[in-house]
Design a protein around this ligand. Sequence first.
Ligand code: SAH
Ligand code: SF4
Length: 414
Amino acid sequence: MSAAPVTSPSRSRDGTAASLLNDEERTRIRAKSAQFAPPAAALPDGRRDLVGLSREELTDIMVEIGEKPFRTKQLWHWIYHQGATDFSRMSSIARPLQEKLAERFIVGRPGVVTEQTSQDSTRKFLFRFRDGQEAETVYIPDRQEDRGAVCISSQVGCTLSCTFCHTGTQALVRNLGAAEIVGQFMAARDSYGEWPSPKGDTPRLLSTIVLMGMGEPLYNYDNVAKAMRIIMDGEGIGLSRRRITLSTSGVVPMMDQCGAELGINLAVSLHAVRDDLRDEIVPLNRKYPIREVIAACRRYPAASNARRITFEYIMLRGVNDSEADARELVRLISGIPAKVNLIPFNPWPGSSYRPSTREQLERFANIVMDAGFASPIRMPRGRDILAACGQLRTESQRLRRAERTDTAPDPAGA
Ligand code: SAH
Ligand code: SF4
C-alpha cells in the first residue's frame, strides 16, 4: 500500500508543514461537522438500527447482549448480502435468537415519501428519515446497458453557497448518518428488487454510486466514509471502490484523507479556471484556491490512467464558457489522469445564469478533447420528474411546505 499523503514523514520541510496544517484543518472541519450530527439511529422504543454500524460496532453489540462474535458475520450476510429486513427471515439463526434480536434491534430503511419514474427511466426517491428530515436520491440507468448510477445525498442542505446551485440557497439542516447514507442505496435496491447482492463480476443494475446529491460529502466525511466502507465490504453489498465516485467542491484537506483511506474515485466541481471567478461562483475557493485544489488532485492516490479524476464544469453562458477558459482549463489539468464532465446549467426560479449555447458547449468540448481529455457533455436526465441537478430537492420542499400550510400549521415552524 502506498503511504498516505496525510502525514507522510518522508516529505520535504515544506510538505511536512503543509501536512500539519492540513491536520489542523481536518480537526477543525470534523469539529464543525459534529455540530450537525444526525440523531441516534434508534426508534423511540429504544430499538437500535443495525444498518450503518461497522463490523466492530456490530460485534460489540453482540457481545453486550451475550452472543458470540461470529454472529456479526451471520447478521452481516443477512442484512447486506440478502437484504433481509425481518429477523424471522434469517433462517440460519435459531428462532429464540431471532426473537431476542427483534426485541432489541431493527434493520431499518428510510421511509419512501415519493418515488417517481421518468419517461427516460430515471427514478427519483424522496426519502424521509426518523426525525422527519428528507433527502433525495436518484437512480440514473445507463441508456444502452442494464446498469446505472445511484446518486446519493450526504447532507440535508449545504453550508456552501455556490451561486448556480439551488441547494446552496438552503441552509445546512444536518448531516446524514451512515445508516441514512447506506439506507438510500439499500432502499433503491429494494425498489428494483436487486437482492441478494450480485457477487464478483455478475452484472448489477445499480452498478455505481455517485456522491453527487445534496450536500458536500467531505464536510460529512466520517459518516460518508463509514457508509462507503459498509457498501464496499465484500461479504455484503461488495461494491468495488472503483465503482464509487465522490464529488467535492474542493475541501482540500479531506480530499487527501479520502484518497488515502477510501481510495474511491474523485470528482471535483471546478467550474472556473480563474480564482476571481471561482471565488464568486464556488465561494469555498476563497479558502482553498484553484492552485491547492489542483495540487490535491495531482497527489490523489487513487488516480491513474485507468481511474481518472473527473473535473466537473458547469457551462454558464458568457461567464465561464469561453475558448480562453477551455484553454486555461487544459493547461491547469495537464498531466493529471482526468476527464472533464461538461454540465449544462439547469436553471431554477430566481437564478441569474443561462445555460451555454449548444455551439459554445461544443467549441469548449472540442478544445478539451483535442488536448487529450475525454469531455462528455452530461445530458440532463429525468427532466419530466424534476430530476435535474440542483433543482429537484427544492421543488419537493416547496411542494411539501405548501401541502403543510394547506392542512395544519407546522409546530416546528420549519
Ligand atoms: N457538493 C458537491 C456534490 C453535490 S453537487 C459538489 O459541489 O461537488 C453535485 C454537482 O451538481 C456539482 O458538480 C454541482 O456543481 C452540480 N450542480 C449544482 N447546481 C447545478 C445546476 N443548477 N445545474 C447543473 N449542475 C448543478
Ligand atoms: Fe453545496 Fe455542491 Fe451545491 Fe456547492 S454545488 S452549494 S457544494 S451542493
